[in-house]
Design a protein around this ligand. Sequence first.
Ligand code: URA
Length: 254
Amino acid sequence: MNPELLRQYLEYYQDLGVKTLYRRAAPGVAAPEVPAPAVDQPAAAPAVEQLALAAPAAERPAAPSVLLAQIRADIGDCRRCPLHAQRTQIVFGVGNEEAKLVFVGEGPGADEDAQGIPFVGRAGQLLTQMIDGTARREGMPIRRPDVYICNVVKCRPPNNRTPEPEEMEICGQFLFRQLEAIRPKAICALGGTAARALLNRREGVTRLRGNWFRWRDIPVMVTYHPSYLLRPYNQNAKREAWEDLKKVLHYVYD
Ligand code: URA
């Protein structure tokens, strides 16, 4: 059979959802010209041979990058809640879109609002030090660009106030879609707002931190928000946050 016609047949069956075709070597009929299989065939090939087709496009899960681009497009120039009024720009997320670990913060601050990237201000620098420093000390080749970082709300709350429940509810749908797109092995919730959004629990971080919970079927570790750790009287919390991070990194990357 002419290869172009064969290609059209294969595409046709693929579109119908057929994943496997069988080629029967009929007497006197030339076998279709198909690309040689990657593995060696035994000398006496069986009469019926299986040709695996790639899964039809409709069944193939879209790559995280495609899903994330779609979510960003759906957010658009969002005006769904009052936070849009004073933002400079939407701060969507940053990092490895196929990360095994996602950090979720509260919402952009002034630096993030200006640059459009989560955790680039003082709290962000501390978060970078925590990720890089803990991984280095534990002998893991993991650095900040290996993880994905985003926030519960994508627009800066005025004067860095805590987002209102309605704002978290509206923007939370996009956070949940980001997490479903990436499907990391674990999530690290930074602070009370992230813990509330993901776990729907009202206890403070001091009670929740250091323990595993679940968002849908994905394990979630709660720890202190880096902004809280920047306050000089929270040195003990800093040590605890380092312990929490160690647990997460070992769980995800060991
Ligand atoms: N605090 C957050 O919660 N998120 C950021 O992106 C920066 C500071």
